[in-house]
Design a protein around this ligand. Structure first.
Ligand SMILES: [Zn+2]
Length: 245
């Protein structure tokens, strides 16, 4: 494959910060850090949580943050005890289509715009099981510019990566030096590094899905200090550039 892809303004890589589930600590702890560092984030929201703090989420959207689709009811594998009554193993493609479209309808009603990008709950992309298992990636590909995956082991390659399952890397419970290493690797590869976080909290947090506030702050500062080399923007903004080729 010819190496024709170019990042804008001579930059060498792109970084996006995404957060899932519209957890309250994103409003109270995460967005203030992003705003202080002038970083626009992407928030894959669970509608029930948005409804609890609709004005706060509308303010975040008005300040330039992206609101993305994360389904209506967050179905994941029933191997998670909390998802047993809403398990992907029991889903069909038409039922998943309703999850996607229902969430987009709510976001459009609340924010005035249909979401351009999607994040797979738990990073899982299937419905059904065994011989009748189907991928729901094609449903996402026909509806969204980007389907953001989760727990990738390498950043998204803008030339050969599939935008319907763009690789993304977790920030939760990881120290700054590891996440800095991820940024430096993306720079070396010319890749798009999409970070994923859930709660934003102190380093003393025992929660398994917490991105440490001081680490997020240091990471935002690190990438914005390198802005001549790194394009830091929302998943939709970077995805639009990649799609245009
Ligand atoms: Zn989620």
């Amino acid at each position: 494959m010819q190496n024709r892809f170019r990042w804008p303004k001579g930059r060498r890589a792109a970084v996006s910060f995404s957060f899932d589930d519209a957890r309250a600590s994103q409003i109270t702890a995460g967005i203030p850090i992003l705003d202080k560092r002038k970083v626009r984030g992407t928030f894959y929201v669970s509608p029930g949580n948005v409804e609890q703090r609709l004005n706060d989420w509308r303010r975040a959207y008005a300040n330039g943050h992206e609101i993305g689709n994360h389904t209506l009811s967050h179905p994941c594998t029933g191997n998670y005890p909390w998802s047993r009554s809403n398990a992907l193993e029991d889903y069909t493609l038409p039922r998943m289509a309703k999850e996607l479209d229902g969430a987009s309808d709510k976001i459009e009603r609340w924010f005035g715009l249909r979401p351009a990008t999607f994040a797979y709950p738990c990073g899982q992309t299937f419905v059904g099981r065994g011989k009748s298992l189907k991928s729901y990636i094609p449903l996402v590909a026909t509806r969204f510019l980007i389907g953001r995956a989760y727990l990738g082991s390498t950043p998204h390659d803008p030339q050969c990566g599939d935008l319907a399952q763009a690789l993304a890397i977790s920030m939760d419970r990881r120290p700054f030096k590891e996440l800095k290493w991820e940024v430096d690797r993306a720079l070396g590869l010319g890749a798009w590094l999409i970070f994923v976080g859930h709660e934003v909290g102190p380093k003393t947090s025992k929660d398994l899905l917490t991105t440490y506030g001081p680490v997020l702050d240091a990471l935002c500062r690190y990438v914005t200090d390198l802005k001549k080399n790194i394009w830091v923007d929302t998943v939709a903004a970077v995805g639009t550039h990649i799609k245009a080729g």
